[in-house]
Design a protein around this ligand. Structure first.
Ligand code: ADP
Ligand code: MG
Length: 323
């Protein structure tokens, strides 16, 4: 099958047809019409086989994850996702693989009404680069800067299971059979917190999505906001799977250092706390308060109200070669 047949047969077949897409796949460029009083948020992420996902990852999971990690960046800005472009490099034309990849990618696009508007298809070692765009009402986007001393730190969902899944794959731990499916699912099929991100507009003083690990990503907020933070380890949202597999101490470490969680981490002032909690209650996301911002310009951790030091080097993708 030739490149253009592949594009026509699989990539042009998406069900979503947005009104703001004047011209989609098939010409030299896509043409879109943004609505008035909206800003456009734009993000690009690349996933390389053997670096960002193990070679044995299913095509469906790769499709899902490529979309999810990009939508997660839009979520962290409070944007509503609209359009994506897909540059894909394939080692060979494996029709079954492409079909499964598209299934994983398009089910997420359909859920969030995101249209694939273009891309590029080439041959070489498997690599996927996605550009995702979204809309956000004028000047309401969330940023990494803006956290202030006294603000509360929150995360959505549970943290650490994706890191646990990688450790299981590399036989460093043995996840009990009853937990395996849910643990593997958090690595392969992360959920971008799109609705939570939009609900946080007007309430969060800063926000980021967790891709590199909690400490590393909180570090980005602290640097951008010129503040410090304390994390209360007792309050971290740790799954039963993680606690039962590695024990609490190691679970704290993995939750802080982990990576690939794609949950949102955000800060909220005392005054905005109730408003934020009400706004979030209308989305199906759980949130947990895990600590507080301070003026120290360092990140510290406490357990049972006592300071503890924790060895949480930021997450490196499993081959250690991510840049
Ligand atoms: P060009 O040579 O002008 O770049 P291509 O032959 O690469 O055109 O692509 C033809 C059309 O198919 C373009 O509209 C392009 O955006 C689209 N396209 C190519 N690859 C993909 C892909 N993987 N996903 C979505 N659209 C694609
Ligand atoms: Mg091209």
């Amino acid at each position: 099958m030739k490149e253009f047949e592949l594009i026509k047969r699989y990539f042009s077949e998406q069900m979503i047809k947005r009104k703001d897409v004047v011209l989609g796949i098939g010409d030299d460029c896509a043409i879109v019409t943004p609505s008035e009083r909206q800003n456009i948020a734009i993000t690009t992420d690349t996933l390389v086989a053997g670096v960002h996902f193990p070679h044995e990852t299913s095509a469906r999971a790769i499709g899902h994850k490529s979309i999810a990690v990009n939508l997660s960046d839009l979520a962290a800005m409070g944007a509503e996702p609209t359009w994506i472009s897909l540059a894909i490099t394939l080692p060979e034309v494996d029709v079954k693989w492409v079909e499964e990849f598209c299934k994983g990618a398009f089910e997420l696009c359909e859920f969030y009404n995101v249209q694939l508007i273009g891309g590029d298809t080439t041959q070489g070692p498997l690599s996927i680069t996605l550009t995702a765009q979204g809309l956000v009402p004028h000047n309401t986007h969330l940023k990494r800067s803006g956290a202030k001393a006294g603000d509360w730190i929150y995360v959505t969902g549970e943290i650490g299971d994706a890191a646990l899944a990688l450790k299981h794959i590399f036989k460093e731990v043995n996840v009990a059979p009853e937990y395996r499916e849910s643990v593997q699912r958090s690595l392969d099929f992360p959920t971008p917190r799109i609705l939570a991100g939009q609900a946080l507009r007007g309430y969060a003083s800063s926000a980021i999505d967790l891709s590199d690990g909690l400490i590393a990503d909180l570090g980005h907020i602290c640097t951008a906001s010129k503040v410090g933070a304390n994390i209360v380890l007792d309050d971290l949202p740790i799954s039963n799977a993680l606690r039962d597999t590695v024990g609490l101490d190691k679970a704290y470490e993995m939750t802080l250092a982990g990576g690939d969680d794609y949950e949102l981490l955000f800060t909220v002032s005392e005054d905005n706390k109730v408003g934020m909690e009400t706004a979030l209650a209308n989305t199906s996301n759980t949130i947990t308060c895990i600590g507080q911002i301070n003026g120290s310009e360092k990140i510290t951790t406490t357990l049972n109200s006592k300071p503890v030091s924790i060895h949480a080097n930021s997450f490196e993708h499993f081959s250690g070669t991510k840049t």
